[in-house]
Design a protein around this ligand. Sequence first.
Ligand SMILES: Nc1ncnc2c1ncn2[C@@H]1O[C@H](COP(=O)(O)OP(=O)(O)OP(=O)(O)O)[C@@H](O)[C@H]1O
Ligand SMILES: [Mg+2]
Length: 370
Amino acid sequence: MKNFLKCLVCFSEKQPKTSSTKNRDYPWEIYTLKELVHATNNFHNNNKIGEGGFGSVYWGRTSKGVEIAVKRLKAMTAKAEMEFAVEVEILGRVRHKNLLGLRGFYAGGDERLIVYDYMPNHSLITHLHGQLAADCLLDWSRRMKIAIGSAEGLAYLHHEANPHIIHRDIKASNVLLDSEFQAKVADFGFAKLIPEGVTHLTTRVKGTLGYLAPEYAMWGKVSESCDVYSFGILLLEIISARKPLEKLAGGVKRDIVQWATPYVQKGAFDHIADPRLKGDFDRDELKKVIMIAMKCTDGNPENRPSMLEVVGWLKGGVGSRKKELGIVKNNYMIDGYDEDEDEEDEEDYETDYEVFGMEKYVTRSGGEKI
Ligand SMILES: Nc1ncnc2c1ncn2[C@@H]1O[C@H](COP(=O)(O)OP(=O)(O)OP(=O)(O)O)[C@@H](O)[C@H]1O
Ligand SMILES: [Mg+2]
């Protein structure tokens, strides 16, 4: 990695002007410091759009009139430089409609800058818990679109990118939203490339509390299913607009799965939905998405689905999943597949659980398990 970084630095210092890379599908550019200073009004405070562990993010406009977001490394530590290199290396390799586009970078002297497409609707976190939350721009269909888009971005990293990539920091602030509220997964500074044939790696734990899969938080065991777990947390957060971890009286922390589980057990799915939606959502879809989230956050990584399955479930609906699994009852497809079907709601809950293998969460009103 050191060599790669050295190479990046000398490459960028030798390039006097912005220049497109030739042998890549995705033409990122090496910017000059002058151009980025100019674009961001010398990193003026008024241009600042956010701050994270890596440094500050600034809005800018290039001389060609393109809006950009520039992330500026705050301290030149070895750790930060490694994150910079990993981010540029990985984002430079991938291209997908649901991954934030890398426009380029600058690396020279003590300055490390990463240039991205500017996302006018900021990050998901600002809509769920931040300044834009009160405006409630995220109606149910936008939330579903964001969930599907983030899932597709992750599925691409896990299954299509070569080598496969584990993100390791899936969370609401790392899902950015373009002008159409299309999700773009961002921040690859903690990502890991997975060599062919390797099922999991053991590493130092990085990531964000509340989103970490238990086997990863405890043993540093990292595999694609750690991202699936984080995605499940994100899904519950999208639906409920609750934070992944909340502090209760007495300093006790409760995670979002612990909060949601009793409602799931009672079949009280509506209680999990964000009250700001005012009940304006498709109840079957809500139930389905909650069950997917519970499956993704299973304590045992082997019970979690792959991101490809998650995308299929989110996009295809419960009915098509049942069809795929060939689950039939009385010779017709259950729940939503036979238009003449006339079953009680409670029965539907039960059959939904069968489809997702979620029986352990289901209890009848008295709390007894089926
Ligand atoms: N391309 C972009 N377009 C618009 N806003 C962005 C862009 N990139 C980042 N931001 C904003 O800047 C904020 C800070 O981003 P950053 O990734 O540095 O930190 P973070 O995600 O909040 O935390 P962490 O350092 O743990 O990743 C984001 O929450 C987002 O609102
Ligand atoms: Mg981030």
